[in-house]
Structure formats: structure tokens, C-alpha cells
Design a protein around this ligand. Structure first.
Ligand code: PEP
Length: 264
């Protein structure tokens, strides 16, 4: 539950490359039903389906209060970039957010910090909130380098001179993604505290409104503990977001009672 004065929590579902039309629409509708039947929550909930589903999921979410995001964007607004999608296209489709710099993009597509920053800037230019992912490898963690590695990624990937509330940063240790393993609570809190400190120096204002999400094997059982940690302002959820009831439990763990809600 968000501490008083903390920004409104944000829970993001990253469906990755999962779901044909029928699966995705059914899952989105199930979430809308849960939101309707179980009552409004204070946190903000965003679904990031595969790009093929964005249009139809947007319709399924209409009027529900659940937002739409994409999983990546190109840094250019348009042009000869076969297979890519630009930030203006995603905004045009009704997205409010876009994930950039996910470790699967950094590893699988060789994306550098500089490219991630350019993508984040492209998103900001059209009013999309970039969710910028950072996180250390297992080897770096074993060498006690988590904070240093993440700090270097922030330096390279996060635009400067913007307001803290315009974006979110997701701390996702690579070794925790999809493995069922999570860092110790004090390790999560240490990295989140550093990211919040980084934001104070980096942003033009609104650093207190920066949302720092934790991602990496969050599920319905561990969400309450992780989301109660100091400096954790929400979650980026992969595998556990593919099942509606479990994902909604995570959203409730982040949101707290609606009376505590603060506008974004
Ligand atoms: C992710 O890939 O962003 C993620 C957090 O995955 P998972 O929840 O499956 O670890």
C-alpha cells in the first residue's frame, strides 16, 4: 500500500509475445469484470499486450479505468524502419505508456543505453509515459555491483530535464525475470532508494512523483511484501500478468483502499 505522500502506485502487465486475439481479449475482459466486481482500487493499472492486440484491447478496456501501453517503440517518428512502430503510432492507438529498455530487448536486440534514452525521448515528445527498465545480471549481483550497474544504466538511459511524473523507472534484476527468484527486501529497497536519489538530480522537477517499479517474479503471493517496501511505487509483472485473477490480486496489493488514492 502506498505511504501517504507517495505517488499513486502503478502496476503494469507485460504480456510479452503471448496471446492470440481470443486469449488476449478474454483476459482483458476478465480483468475489466474483476475491476468492476471487486471495486475500484487506488493504484493505476496498465496492460501492455503484444502490438497485434493493442487496438482490440483498447476497445475491451474502454470505460474500465485500466490503461493501455506498448512493449517498445522506435526512436524515430516515422521512416524506413521495417517492422518497427513509432511512439506517435502508439499514441494514436490510445496508448498512455510504452516500456523501453526491457532486458529482453537489450539482450535480444542489442539495444544500448543511448538507444533506450532516444526511445524514451521519442515517447515523451508525444505525451507517452516511458517505463524505462534497468537491472543487473546475476554475475554483477554476485560481485556486489547491483547499485553501480543500475546507476550506470540510469545515467545512459534516462532523459534529463524532464519532470519526474512524466515517466516511470522499472528496476528489474535480469536474474529475477521469469525465474521465481527475487532479491532480498533490503536489496530491492537499496536500489530503489538510489533510483529515487538519482531522480532528484536528474529531473527538472517532480522527483517526488517519480514512480519506481519493481519487476522480476512478482506474483500474487509475494506482491504485498514487495509493494510495501520503502521506495517501491508499483510493479512490472510478466508471467503472473497472464492470469487475470492473480494479476488483480497484485493490483490490489499495490493499490490499497481507494480513499488513499492520489491523482497522477
Ligand atoms: C518482465 O519481464 O518484465 C517480468 C517482470 O517478468 P516476470 O514477472 O515473469 O519475472
Amino acid at each position: 500500500m502506498a505511504a501517504s505522500g507517495a505517488p499513486r502506485p502503478l502496476v503494469v502487465a507485460n504480456w510479452k509475445m503471448n496471446g492470440l486475439r481470443r486469449d488476449g481479449i478474454d483476459r482483458a475482459r476478465a480483468l475489466v469484470l474483476l475491476a468492476r466486481n471487486k471495486g475500484q482500487i487506488a493504484g493505476e493499472v496498465v496492460l501492455c499486450p503484444p502490438a497485434t492486440l493493442l487496438h482490440e484491447i483498447r476497445a475491451a478496456l474502454s470505460g474500465s479505468g485500466i490503461g493501455l501501453g506498448a512493449q517498445d517503440c522506435h526512436a524515430a517518428a516515422s521512416g524506413a524502419h521495417t517492422g518497427d512502430l513509432s511512439a506517435p503510432m502508439l499514441a494514436d492507438l490510445g496508448c498512455a505508456y510504452v516500456i523501453v529498455g526491457h532486458s529482453e530487448r537489450r539482450a535480444g536486440h542489442g539495444e544500448s543505453d543511448l538507444q533506450v534514452r532516444a526511445k524514451a525521448e521519442a515517447a515523451l515528445a508525444v505525451g507517452l509515459g516511458p517505463i524505462i527498465c534497468v537491472g543487473e545480471s546475476e554475475a554483477a549481483r554476485d560481485q556486489g555491483q547491483s547499485v553501480a550497474v543500475v546507476r550506470a544504466q540510469l545515467e545512459g538511459s534516462v532523459p534529463s530535464g524532464v519532470a519526474g511524473e512524466a515517466l516511470a523507472i522499472a528496476y528489474e534484476p535480469i536474474w529475477a525475470i521469469g525465474t521465481g527468484r527475487t532479491p532480498k527486501p533490503e536489496q530491492i529497497a537499496e536500489v530503489h532508494a538510489m533510483i529515487h536519489e538519482f531522480g532528484k538530480a536528474r529531473f527538472s522537477g517532480g522527483a517526488a512523483a517519480l514512480r519506481v517499479l519493481y519487476g522480476g517474479s512478482v506474483n500474487a503471493r509475494n506482491a504485498a511484501e514487495i509493494l510495501s517496501l520503502e521506495g517501491v511505487n508499483g510493479a512490472l509483472v510478466g508471467g503472473a500478468s497472464l492470469e487475470a485473477a492473480g494479476f488483480w490480486t497484485i493490483c490490489e496489493a499495490a493499490g490499497g483502499p481507494v480513499m488513499a488514492a492520489q491523482g497522477r
